[in-house]
Design a protein around this ligand. Sequence first.
Ligand code: ADP
Ligand code: ZN
Length: 708
Amino acid sequence: MPNIKEAQQILEHHFGYSTFRPQQEEIITNVLEKKDTLVLMPTGGGKSICFQIPALLFEGVAVVVSPLISLMKDQVESLRANGIKAAYVNSSQDIIDERRVIEQAINGEIKLLYVSPEKLFSITDTWLKDVRVSMFAIDEAHCVSMWGHDFRPEYTQLSTIRRQFSNVPFIALTATADKTTRKDIIKQLGLKKATIYISSFNRENLSLEVRASVPKKKKIKEIISFIENRPNQSGIIYCLSRKQTEEIANELRLSNIEAQAYHAGLPANKRAQIQEDFITDDLQIITATIAFGMGIDKSNVRWIIHNNLPKNIEGYYQEIGRAGRDGLPSETIMYYNLADLMVLKKFADGSSQTPIYEEKLNRMLNYAEATSCRRKILLAYFGEDLKQDCGNCDVCKNPPQFLDGTIIAQKALSAVKRTNEEIGTNMLINILRGSSNQEIYSRGYQNIKTYGAGRDISFRDWQHYINQLINIGVMEIAYDEGFRLRITQFGNEVLFRNRKVKLTQPVDRKTQKAKKEKKTKKKLTKNEQIFEKLRQLRGEIAKEQGVPAYIVFHDSSLVQMANDLPITEEEFLAIQGVSNVKLERYGKPFLELLQKISGKKLSTYEITYRFYQQGLSPEQISLERDFSITTIFSHFAKLYEEGKDINLRDFITQKEIDEVYEAYQELKEDNALKPYFEYFNETKPYYNIRLALTILRKEGKIKPREQV
Ligand code: ADP
Ligand code: ZN
């Protein structure tokens, strides 16, 4: 039976990674022992390797079931880029391609076969019988359960497969599954005594931020400046409606930012094109409804913006999870305001699912209004207990200041009372601020006692306070009655019995942000410039080969290259994500570029020295650096004189040194080579003379001329 040692070797050789991530090792060990396995790991956690490595170690072909056709192609391409034989069959293929794959599978010429579930059922009783199946991997396994959020009926037939292939191990993987779904997956798939692995869902590299009640115009300005400060970064802006995706994309284009809207209303070919451009880094920014992203395995999405409040935390977490799959720091911002809430509440109306929907929406709202570490709240939602505040969310970075909000609350409540609970939030604020608008006059609200009582507080701050009053339950919105505000029991106690209310101070995000953004607008650092060059090279290569850029190298590999500046093959292999096959395929252009870049940082001698340390012979170095052998030896001589650990005697014999010493006695020349060259009748190569003189000088046998 293959063991974990071999798995480690494959990790290094084929994937270019030096260590397993948490749990990968345990999972792979379990699979290698041919036990059934259920893996729960967040997006970007590294699930694929958990079945890909066993697939390579087992004899035969591993069958990978995946519902997402676009993802399938991607994964197969990624594997091929690492020199792993893989193929897929699905409905998008023509019959000739399919035939070829069938043949390869039957002949055992591939290690992994990706299939869509519906395809799987049409092949199990036909040609799959002739394939030596080593294992089954069921990706997106939550699709099998009605309790999951993405139930797919085709998946339910997978249990028959488990029975048919009773001797091969099954591994089921998913990024989202609560307890009920988890149990259901095991039951539906018919897994046998499955070991369950649950990874932390914490994605530390994602920063979390929520911006409340930002008016539309200001919001778009903020988004534009955010993007302008992050040139060349990929991001997705999620919107509630198709119309919004179009609007925002237009606004961005007006500011010379390339962006495309993506939603289910577009023709399929247009959608495919946008997706393709996004994956290949030809298009950096997409404004999308949630239809976008399911089948996308792009590792270098650097930021996610939610233009509106999401429907539930599951969806929100999945969407922000599409950023930073490569583990590099990535940013997420969620905008929300009461109008979003109203739209979302309307969506719910009437169906039997409404109570669940509303409960989930409320939890989302609680998150948005949080006054303590947001990551703690998120993880708690998924049943995980984060011990410490994260330090990477807006609440941690900028803890809210609390104030006694009793009088503020009383003013608002009193206005609501005196208008007989007939008004919504905007009207309430207008009354409090003493606005002179038509509707107020026509209803006579200018005569009530609290008219203008809150003039000293800005409209935006009032929104902030009223949001909170609603959230802590002082008032509520009657969604079913035109969104008018109602006073709750708690509210009555505040109004009539002076019950205290604590509110948070509104933060002036504008000045805060503006300051921060200004700072980041400075020029790219040296490392960032190098990264940019590497990124461009990667883009050219990717285009040439017609693959997504990250299939060539992930951003994280480029970052490490920019830091470490590898210039030899060995150093290049030490970069995470550089496998042997990738070294072979892409090493040359990258090393050439890196050597050019290093040339500015390292002296030419130092570069030669690094090759020498790597064990390259002078001939190899001369080839690698495209310098003559004489030049390389002159570097050696210089390095030796500087006291570097370089053994010149490996390249010259004692007899040759003695000959030069003899000549010295006659010539008395300590440095110039030409007299020696002539002395030996041009039979001794220059570099040989140079080495001998260098050694003799160093050993004190010959002295600089002035001292003679
Ligand atoms: P998931 O399927 O869980 O969303 P992937 O399998 O696509 O995640 O892995 C996410 C990223 O992490 C990929 O870029 C992958 O190459 C990388 N990765 C996986 N395992 C390791 C590891 N042991 N070391 C470094 N990077 C890894
Ligand atoms: Zn936090």
